[in-house]
Design a protein around this ligand. Structure first.
Ligand code: ZN
Length: 203
């Protein structure tokens, strides 16, 4: 199982990191070992002093496919969730500056939180889902999937040109503005349309 992540998919987050607006989706992969086991606390790794949360809508792939057209993309997923793409921002900035790959900053153990899965038919319109992340009960990120530069079906079509999608793969669709640092004893919770999807304690 692989985690396929889209970067720079919300204009407001592109502006906050002073990144350029991409002409094609920014894609990276996290290994399956990055998944934070359910109910487990997140431990800030010793190699970073600036780990950021990035709340993202998730899509679970249900069958094998490659070169999937946008039209048929909906037949490749039935479930939606919310998660966190934890990022060692200090390490990522240093690697970006040197033009080196980001994997160490994004793919470390525990760097991917995956919430509970909801059937997609629960949502009237997948391109209009509200979601938010609270840190210590205060909303720090709030987004709506209508603000994505590339929508779910476009992402599936695009990434399947490069990577064969397999059953169980998870797509992280990018984060809106409001990313920030986590500290020991923080408590994060994420919601889709006001339904709590995950909680994580930071250690
Ligand atoms: Zn992200």
């Amino acid at each position: 199982m692989k985690l396929i992540c889209i970067g720079r998919n919300y204009t407001d987050h592109i502006a906050e990191l002073k990144n350029e607006r991409p002409v094609e989706p920014v894609v990276f992969i996290k290994p399956d070992s990055a998944v934070l086991p359910k109910q487990q606390d997140f431990y800030i790794p010793e190699f970073s002093s600036d780990v950021h949360y990035e709340v993202e809508v998730l899509v679970k792939i249900k069958k094998v496919g490659k070169h999937i057209s946008e039209e048929f993309a909906p037949t490749y997923y039935d479930e939606i969730s919310l998660g966190i793409d934890f990022t060692a921002r200090d390490l990522q900035s240093a690697l970006k500056e040197k033009g080196l790959p980001w994997e160490k900053a994004k793919g470390f153990d525990g760097a991917a939180v995956i919430g509970k899965w909801l059937p997609k038919h629960k949502f009237e319109d997948l391109n209009n889902i509200d979601f938010d992340l609270k840190k210590n009960d205060e909303v720090v990120q709030a987004g709506n999937t209508s603000l994505m530069l590339w929508k779910i079906d476009e992402i599936i079509s695009y990434v399947s040109r490069f990577f064969m999608l397999k059953k169980g793969d998870v797509i992280f669709t990018g984060t809106p503005a409001g990313v920030g640092k986590v500290s020991a004893n923080d408590y994060l919770s994420g919601s889709l349309e006001n339904e709590e999807i995950f909680t994580v304690k930071i250690k």
